[in-house]
Design a protein around this ligand. Structure first.
Ligand code: PLP
Length: 523
């Protein structure tokens, strides 16, 4: 638990509403300020046009009836949402979502009121400019040059991954007309890569999976083997994907090592397209680790590797605390971004900010870009802003691990290096994996949203076919008998900025240990 709060940490508290809506006073005032300004702006825009809705209209019975139906339905909707899963609470440790930040809410909301369409500057004068600037903020965060890079916002990480494959395939087709292109993804990949291949008609035989090492990370030696195999078969990699922050456990693939291997397989000075799916872990870049911070040395190396990759997926709606739907696809160099375009005769696409002919999606909201833009201005994607928040989530993972190991008998926390996701298994020495899995399933039931218990966690299933070496390593800790093809794991995404708050009455880690111990005895 945090022992004292320094003033820089206190400053972070201005970025969030707070678990008890502690910042509700100024948020209410500011929302009203923006709403009043929006109303004033409309009234001032073309006053000579006159009023379409008069005061008399508002007194007509039918108008009043409709308004009353509207109000009732709105309150009903609002009330229904009060039963929504309370993902803002530190007690929610389930999937990759948590509290959303105030700058992000305000940015989102301002754009929502104006509702531009970022498909083209013809329908988005400001929104599209904000998108360009927000992309530059992301590009700078990952260490690239805003002059050379290019990208756009997507509805999420899946679509950003589609954008990468879409371009890599076009890039490949133009350069290697005579060769078959193969998609290489690590076995810890997000399932959107399978969707992308199906969507683009890429056969299963052209989708090769790179094996994982004993930490569940992309194994560069296997990548090398696969690339050599491709050469023998007269094929070539169309794209190689590594993951920065895996979906299952939040671990970092060795991006720098992948670059090293790819360099060996470069052809006429061109390495295969390397895409980093950093939907989850990309915002760890804001930590800006220093050389002396050994606990972040893995992150530092991965970040250094980003300087040589072709493209990245980033999801502000995950670790940047931005509301849905907000993903981003960025290319380090413009030619890769412009690898393909589709003409749209009805759209004016004339300036550099016009992305419409380059994006897979058509109409696109300015809400995500504006939320990200305001977050970058207010919180900052650097060590004293978002980086400071994320650093705390990483230390909370370590602290939680120690507490669980101390207080929960037979608990095993999966070690995957630097992350803020905690993988947990409770297992008795020598028991078959089937028994351990049964227990994990029961524990998940007890801590699932349906159970409405004191905490919510998620679970994942690691398949031996994908995570074989990793499962072997971790299960050897409790000398498991591997009688099943998969390992069930409780998955806790420790993203909430207030999880370690010393001011709150709930000592969450301690209470979780008590609860899981109770549940494990029953299961
Ligand atoms: C590594 C990774 N890539 C891509 C995605 C897909 O993101 P989205 O759900 O925003 O489409 C996820 C989602 O969890 C992910 O973890």
């Amino acid at each position: 638990m945090e022992s004292k709060c320094d003033s820089k940490d206190i400053a972070l508290k201005s970025f969030f509403l707070g678990p008890m809506a502690e910042n509700g006073d100024f948020v209410t005032a500011w929302l009203n300020e923006i709403l009043a300004s929006w109303i004033h702006w409309r009234r001032e825009l073309n006053p000579e046009d006159g009023r379409a809705i008069s005061e008399e209209d508002k007194n007509v019975t039918e108008f009043m009836e409709k308004r009353s139906i509207f109000h009732d339905a709105m309150l009903e909707l609002n009330q229904r949402y009060e039963s929504e899963i309370s993902t803002h609470s530190p007690r929610y440790m389930g999937h990759m979502l948590s509290e959303i930040s105030l700058p992000a809410i305000m940015g989102h909301w301002i754009a929502l009121l104006h509702n531009p369409n970022n498909v083209a500057s013809e329908v988005s004068r400001v929104g599209i400019q904000i998108e360009k600037e927000a992309i530059e903020d992301l590009v700078k965060m990952v260490g690239w040059s805003p002059k050379e890079a290019m990208g756009h916002f997507t509805s999420g990480g899946s679509v950003a991954n589609f954008e990468a494959l879409f371009r890599a395939r076009e890039w490949f087709k133009k350069r290697h007309t005579e060769k078959e292109g193969v998609v290489l993804v690590p076995r810890n990949r997000h399932y959107s890569w399978f969707k992308a291949c199906k969507l683009m008609g890429i056969e299963e035989s052209s989708l090769w999976q790179i094996d994982l090492d004993h930490e569940g990370k992309l194994d560069p030696a296997d990548l090398e083997r696969k690339l050599a195999q491709l050469e023998i078969q007269g094929k070539r990699a169309m794209i190689v994907v590594s993951v920065m922050g895996t979906t299952e456990l939040g671990s970092l693939d060795p991006v720098h090592e992948v670059n090293r291997v790819l360099k060996k397989y470069s052809n006429s000075n061109e390495t295969p397209w390397h895409h980093v799916d950093a939907a989850y872990g990309g915002f760890f870049c804001s930590i800006q680790p220093k050389a002396e911070e050994v606990e972040f040395s893995e992150l530092k190396k991965v970040m250094e590797g980003l300087s040589a990759v072709q493209s990245m997926t980033l999801d502000p709606h995950k670790l940047a605390y931005v509301p849905y739907s907000c993903g981003a696809f960025i290319c380090r160099e413009k030619p890769h971004y412009y690898a393909t375009q589709t003409a749209a005769p009805y759209l004016e696409n004339t300036t550099e900010v016009d992305r419409g002919v380059f994006t897979l999606e058509g109409s696109r909201s300015a809400t995500g870009p504006s939320a990200t833009w305001l977050s970058a201005r207010v919180m900052g994607f650097h060590a004293d802003g978002l980086g400071r928040v994320l650093k705390k989530t990483v230390s909370s993972q370590k602290e939680f691990e120690s507490e669980i190991k101390l207080k929960v008998p037979d608990a095993y926390v999966l070690d995957v290096g630097m992350t803020n996701i905690l993988g947990l298994v409770i297992a008795k020495k020598g028991e078959p994996l089937s028994v351990t899995n049964q227990r994990t399933k029961a524990l998940y039931q007890a801590f699932s949203p349906q159970a409405r218990g004191p905490f919510i966690v998620s679970k994942t299933i690691l398949k031996k076919a994908d995570y074989g070496k990793f499962i072997q390593t971790v299960s050897s800790e409790w000398s498991s008998v591997l009688d099943q093809e998969e390992l069930y794991v409780l998955r806790l995404c420790l993203m909430n900025p207030f999880l370690m708050s010393k001011e709150m009455n709930g000592k969450f880690f301690h209470e979780f240990c008590v609860e899981i111990k109770k549940a494990a005895q029953l299961s």
